[in-house]
Write a protein that binds this ligand. Structure first.
Ligand code: FE2
Length: 404
């Protein structure tokens, strides 16, 4: 990986944050979401901690308190600010955090020839993950602001609405899934291994707002038959009656986006649903969610080109006509029926970076594909994302599957 790639990635984060006031960048809307200022600092701390300190002789950290403020979850690296308190960082100022970025960017430029390429790539992949989180966390924050502010004036995705859902058959059998070099992947994407799949079919596109609206109008949120017990408990406790960010009643719905409150478009993929909602919708539709191995087997040979983060759009685009597999990458993450677990033979790295993924392999479900907030070039067919089943603030949607 070349230094200009580092510069481009760092500049995109800064460009995404440049539209924010210092106040926008400081407030935390819930413990799951972090302020933009924290994302800006944390991604910088990552390069400082995992690249500059070990590999640049004589490197002096920018500020003695920043490791405490910007360490996310690395127990090996010592105590840190509690996750739910990241919104209390009225100091350092946004300007000081941006100065921290500039200093580390400059030091990275000097150190670049000394740095192990695989760790530099990990740092870039990490920064890209936080670009996505910066946007989804910001959407949550702005959605709670009584002024209903837009982050930016954005283009509405165009295109004809998709036709009826079609199925793409897969013969099943023994398939290899998971990453095996060359090219960068996160540790949990491997080792590559064999799975046995029964024949199955996957939907040619993601489920739409219009299809999900039928579930709502059919009383889907009032009928426990469709729901897992924990999902029904969440519906009851949280009062869910539509995806997160939908506003309205009956048939007249609006949706809050980074462009502010917009009319709901029935052809767009449904987004901001929990695993519980995706699973209930699938059961209501007489289908199910794909397992992650089915999803990956179906996606093998498909390219993630197209879709992904376009700072002028920032919402999922409709599938358009066709019956080939569409919207695999870069519109909405697709919940799978698979719990997030280690692949056979997985071994976390030695040291603090072993905490990157492995310790989160409990009580979460795998999502595949990538969303309209996922930086271009970040995702791939083996990519595994994971969130708890009740999480709704990520850009997660639904691709149906069924037995052939
Ligand atoms: Fe992180």
């Amino acid at each position: 990986v070349a230094f200009p790639a580092f510069q481009r990635t760092r500049a995109l984060t800064e460009a995404l944050a440049a539209l924010l006031s210092p106040e926008d960048a400081t407030v935390q809307s819930m413990p799951d979401a972090s302020p933009a200022k924290w994302h800006l600092g944390h991604t910088t701390w990552f390069f400082e901690t995992f690249l500059l300190e070990p590999f640049q002789p004589g490197y002096r950290p920018f500020h003695p308190s920043f490791p405490f403020l910007f360490n996310s979850y690395y127990e090996t690296l010592g105590p840190r600010l509690a996750r739910g308190q990241r919104g209390l960082l009225t100091r350092p100022s946004l300007g000081e955090v941006l100065a921290y970025r500039r200093a580390v960017n400059e030091a990275m430029g000097e150190a670049w020839p000394l740095l192990p390429g695989v760790l530099a790539e990990l740092g870039l992949g990490h920064e890209e993950q936080h670009q996505e989180l910066l946007l989804t966390d910001l959407l949550h924050l702005l959605s709670l602001n009584p002024l209903r502010p837009a982050y930016a004036s954005l283009a509405r995705p165009g295109g004809a609405p998709p036709g009826p859902l079609a199925w793409v058959a897969h013969p099943g059998g023994t398939v290899a899934i998971g990453h095996e070099g060359p090219g960068f992947a996160f540790d949990h994407e491997g080792p590559r291994h064999l799975c046995h799949l029964r024949p199955f079919r996957v939907a040619d596109r993601c489920s739409t707002n219009g299809e999900y609206l039928e579930f709502i109008l059919d009383g889907g949120y009032r009928d426990p038959r469709w729901w897992l017990a924990e999902g029904w408990a969440a519906v009851t406790l949280e009062g869910w009656r539509a995806p997160l960010y939908w506003e309205g009643d009956g048939t007249d719905w609006k949706v809050f986006t980074l462009a502010g409150l917009q009319d709901l478009s029935t052809g767009d993929p449904v987004c901001h649903v929990s695993y519980f909602e995706a699973d209930a919708f699938a059961r209501w539709a007489g289908a199910r969610l794909p397992t992650e191995s089915e999803w990956e087997a179906a996606a093998q040979g498909s390219s993630p080109a197209g879709g992904g983060l376009d700072p002028m759009v920032l919402r999922p685009r409709p599938a358009g006509p066709g019956t080939s597999l569409r919207q695999l990458f870069g519109e909405v993450w697709q919940w799978t029926a698979s719990p997030y677990l280690a692949y056979p033979g997985f071994r976390p790295a030695q040291g603090a970076l072993g905490e990157y993924n492995g310790k989160f392999m409990i009580n979460q479900m795998v999502l595949r594909g990538g969303s309209c907030f996922t930086p271009r070039g970040h995702t791939r067919p083996t990519y595994r994302n994971f969130f708890p089943p009740q999480a709704r603030w990520q850009a997660a949607g639904i691709r149906l599957a069924e037995v052939s």
